[in-house]
Each structure stands twice: as structure tokens, then as C-alpha cells.
Design a binder for this molecule. Structure first.
Ligand code: GLV
Ligand code: MN
Ligand code: MN
Length: 409
């Protein structure tokens, strides 16, 4: 059994095939959560799960889990990730973890291996949070961190709700949420950052995930003529949105360390060259590996927003879109990943994750960890996202061995 290896061509074939669903010109893919493209991707993966003999269930938030029986009953050693993407997504973010999970199952099927404990492969609804906030929605509901009812009622960027869209695409399942218990959770994912590639390291043993804070600010000012309105009489929503965005950058610069800050959305109304904006929307994404520092960043932002409202005479309302504390993965599982990778002859680095992941939702409820493989030029959430096939094979073989270990003990 120690010679068992995944079939790289078969895994790459599935990655390419799924990448054709919602394919963008010039590479990459757009499969925003609960769109027609997401439905087509889901149908494809569910078809593969059934071909592999998995017992497939769909839960009330649309998470899909396929279970392979073991010698004994009980909680499965679970892997998986997501197949939704951002609008400018690559082929690997999320998809790799799901399809590598299927590859592990097919490898074991072919070799006639039955594990002691059951295995499961899942994909979780709306991990990206790009169409409906928060991110990690499906795994969050699955593991009891988010309310099913609140998530079903969540309105997205185009005005529909999660609940309605689940019904529309046929993935409003009946399996209750909050009952699934994993014996362990292990997720393979691309790093989405530059560290492994820069060092020439093959495998990341992920120690945890940094905290995430998303806030949307809606600003109401007064529209007026750009040429005739004296500066002292302006209530410029556009200026305030820009000031919030630049202040977010300043927080990260001043705090240093692991603090990062991003304004990914700025929308202005009426968005015309010679009209002072009457309304603006700006989002701020703050992340830190340290909860108290993340709170400090949030407080600095909130204080400046209050000042800006007074200075410019505009109204600003803040809405939290996502808030997750930093997560530490299980030390034993992280060791298992690192030792397994080293045992297969790979260079390994222990590292935190900068991106949010489904595994973090499992971490409070079962031993959880992640395996990272390098991302070329550290690029992700971009159609240029790329990980070389040999690097994928390394990650998938580590996944195979970690699942075998966790399912045998
Ligand atoms: C989601 O995966 C994020 O990290 O933004
Ligand atoms: Mn991802
Ligand atoms: Mn992503």
C-alpha cells in the first residue's frame, strides 16, 4: 500500500474538464456561487461522485458530500473544498481540493483498498463569498458556525437570495445541517501566495488561517456640479469612499506585521465625470493572524470613518459582511501532513494561510489541517492562477497518505 500513488493524468483531466464549465476567454473560469455555471459544475462533479460509488447527499445549504464506506461505521475522514469561483477565477482554487479528493477515492477503488474508517469528499456552497457574503457560507452552516436561516435569506450582489437560488438550480437538499461529524478534515489547496514558490518548497503544512473582517460602508452625500460647488460646501460621497480605501491601506502600513487591508469594491452614483457623487459604497477587507491586532485595525477604521462623516457632512452606515476569528489547526494533523510530505521526499514548510478556507470551519469540531502546493508567481483570484502538474501530484499524494493514515488509526 505504501507504493500507492494517484493517477496524475486522470486528476488533470478532471481539472481541465471542470475548468471548461464557465470558462473565460484567455483561460480561467467564472462560476459564481449558485449561478447556472455553478449548477453545471455541480452536476458534473456529482456525476463523478456517483460513478466512483460514493453515497451522495445534498444538505439544506446545498453542500454535497459523497461517502465511501469503511470496515467500521462512524464519522468519515473527510476531504473537500469548493467549486464556486470568483468572477475572475482560476482552475485550481477550491477545485483542486475537491477533484484530488475524488482522485484519492478512485485510486483506492482501483487498488481494492477498504479503509478502517469511512472516507468522504465534499464541496461546500459559496466558499468565495463573491456573490453572497460571508465567504465559507456552506461549510460555516455545515459546522454550526453560521445560521442556516440567515444564510438562506442572504441577498447577493444581484438581488436574489441564497435560498431562492438553491431551489432554482436544484440544490436545496434535504439533509439536515449541523449533524455531520467528521473524524478528521484535511483539505488540499493551492497556496494562492508567493511563499512556497519563492523558497522552492513543494508542500505547505498549514498551521492555521488568519482572521477575516469584511465591512461594507454605504455613504450618502449630496450631488452637485463639479465646477460650481465651492470645496467648503461639498458633501462628496466619492471622496469619502476614496478616503476610506486609502485609510485602510494606511492601517496596514502603520501596523505592519501580518496586517493586510483591501478595498475591493468602490461604487459611485451617479458615476459621472462632472458630478459630485451623491452615493458611494466601499468595502474593506482586514485580515490578521492575531485577533487582538485585527480588532485594533477594525477600531482604527471605525474611528476614522466617524471622523470622515463629520468632516465631510455625509452619512455613513457600516454593515459587517463577514467576521471570522483566526483559527489554529490541530497540531497532530499538521504534524501528520508535515511528516507525510517529508516521508514522500518533499520539502515542507509550516505556514499560516492568508486566504479563508472551508477547513477552518471544521477546525473547532474535529482535528483539521490543510496541505498547500505552490502557486506560480503567487497569483490567484486571477485567470493566470497556475500550479504545475508535478506539484499537484505531490499534493494529491500527500492527501492520499494523510487520509489513509487518519482512516486507519
Ligand atoms: C475567500 O476564500 C477569501 O479568502 O477571501
Ligand atoms: Mn479557495
Ligand atoms: Mn478563492
Amino acid at each position: 500500500m505504501s507504493n500507492l500513488r494517484i493517477d496524475l493524468d486522470r486528476l488533470m483531466g478532471r481539472i481541465q474538464r471542470l475548468g471548461q464549465v464557465g470558462a473565460l476567454e484567455g483561460g480561467g473560469v467564472c462560476r459564481l456561487a449558485l449561478t447556472e455555471e455553478d449548477k453545471a459544475g455541480r452536476d458534473l462533479v456529482v456525476g463523478w461522485m456517483k460513478e466512483l460509488g460514493l453515497e451522495v447527499s445534498v444538505d439544506r445549504i446545498g453542500n454535497v458530500i459523497g461517502v465511501r464506506a469503511g470496515e467500521v461505521e462512524g464519522p468519515p475522514v473527510t476531504t473537500g473544498s469548493h467549486i464556486d469561483t470568483v468572477a475572475t477565477g482560476g482552475l485550481y482554487d477550491g477545485n483542486l481540493g475537491v477533484l484530488a479528493g475524488l482522485e484519492v477515492i478512485e485510486t483506492l477503488n482501483e487498488a481494492g483498498v477498504t479503509t478502517r474508517h469511512p472516507l468522504a469528499v465534499g464541496f461546500f456552497t459559496n466558499e468565495e463569498g463573491a456573490r453572497f457574503a460571508p465567504d465559507m457560507m456552506g461549510s460555516g452552516v455545515h459546522q454550526g458556525a453560521l445560521s442556516l436561516e440567515a444564510c438562506l435569506a442572504t441577498e447577493g450582489i444581484d438581488g436574489t437570495t441564497v435560498g431562492n437560488d438553491l431551489v432554482r438550480i436544484g440544490y436545496a437538499g434535504e439533509t439536515p445541517v449541523g449533524e455531520f461529524c467528521a473524524r478528521a478534515f484535511i483539505e488540499l489547496h493551492v497556496e494562492q501566495g508567493p511563499v512556497l514558490e519563492e523558497e522552492g518548497t513543494e508542500i505547505g503544512a498549514v498551521t492555521g488561517v488568519q482572521g477575516i473582517s469584511w465591512t461594507e460602508y454605504s455613504i450618502s452625500g449630496v450631488s452637485n456640479h463639479a465646477g460650481t460647488t465651492p470645496m467648503r460646501l461639498r458633501h462628496d460621497a466619492g471622496y469619502v469612499a476614496a478616503a476610506i480605501a486609502t485609510f485602510a491601506r494606511r492601517i496596514a502600513r502603520d501596523m505592519g506585521g501580518d496586517q493586510v487591508a483591501t478595498s475591493g469594491v468602490i461604487e459611485l452614483e451617479p458615476n459621472l465625470v462632472n458630478v459630485i457623487a451623491r452615493r458611494a459604497k466601499v468595502t474593506v477587507d482586514l485580515r490578521n493572524t492575531d485577533e487582538s491586532l485585527l480588532q485594533e485595525a477594525e477600531q482604527r477604521m471605525a474611528a476614522r470613518v466617524l471622523e470622515l462623516a463629520g468632516e465631510e457632512g455625509v452619512e455613513i452606515t457600516a454593515r459587517s459582511l463577514a467576521r471570522f476569528q483566526p483559527v489554529d489547526f490541530d497540531a497532530g494533523m499538521v504534524d501528520l501532513v508535515a511528516e507525510t510530505a517529508a516521508g514522500l521526499g518533499h520539502s515542507v514548510r509550516r505556514m499560516p494561510s492568508g486566504a479563508g478556507h472551508d477547513a477552518q470551519m471544521f477546525a473547532p469540531n474535529c482535528p483539521a489541517a490543510m496541505i498547500f502546493v505552490p502557486s506560480k508567481d503567487g497569483i490567484s483570484h486571477n485567470v493566470r492562477e497556475y500550479t504545475a502538474p508535478q506539484e499537484i501530484a505531490a499534493g494529491a499524494n500527500v492527501l492520499l497518505r494523510v487520509m489513509l493514515s487518519a482512516a486507519s488509526s
